[in-house]
Write a protein that binds this ligand. Structure first.
Ligand code: FES
Ligand code: FES
Length: 149
């Protein structure tokens, strides 16, 4: 089946299987920045933005995104580079596998909240896990990034 959507503001049409999930479709079309960890909606490494909202692409049917706007890390390169600097400063950047998903969710958080509390940040990133470092270094990095410190 054909599905047409916007990938980082460019209209694309993919030919996919009816039950195919977006992470697989994107990777099959060369978008290897989409990382698949658990493949069952529990780690957040496959996060991308769908009409501005973070979603896990390993459990999102490609057929459901007809006409929607998808943003991957390629669509926020400048912000992602900034976020990774903050992560590196706080030691939150180790193997790097979770970074793409975190960058996208933090980007969305910044757009949605002006001055989020620690609880709001925790709730927002609850679906994104890092197997290398604890949550504290991520929280420090996110707070510093949001404040531009
Ligand atoms: S790979 Fe999608 S949530 Fe883990
Ligand atoms: S830095 Fe390794 S999973 Fe997060």
């Amino acid at each position: 089946m054909l599905v047409t959507f916007y990938l980082n503001d460019v209209e694309v049409t993919y030919n996919v299987r009816p039950g195919e999930y977006l992470a697989e479709s994107l990777r099959n079309h060369g978008v290897k920045s989409v990382k698949v960890g658990c493949n069952e909606s529990t780690c957040g490494s496959c996060t991308l933005l769908v009409d501005g909202k973070p979603m896990m692409s390993c459990s999102l049917l490609t057929a459901s995104i007809e006409g929607k706007h998808i943003i991957t890390i390629e669509g926020i390169q400048e912000e992602a580079a900034k976020i990774s600097t903050y992560f590196a400063k706080q030691g939150a950047d180790q193997c790097g596998f979770c970074n793409v998903g975190f960058a996208l969710v933090i980007y969305a958080l910044k757009k949605e909240y002006k001055d989020p509390t620690t609880e709001e940040i925790k709730n927002y990133i609850v679906g994104n896990l890092c197997r290398c470092s604890g949550l504290q270094s991520h929280l420090k990095a996110i707070k510093a990034y949001l404040k531009g410190e």
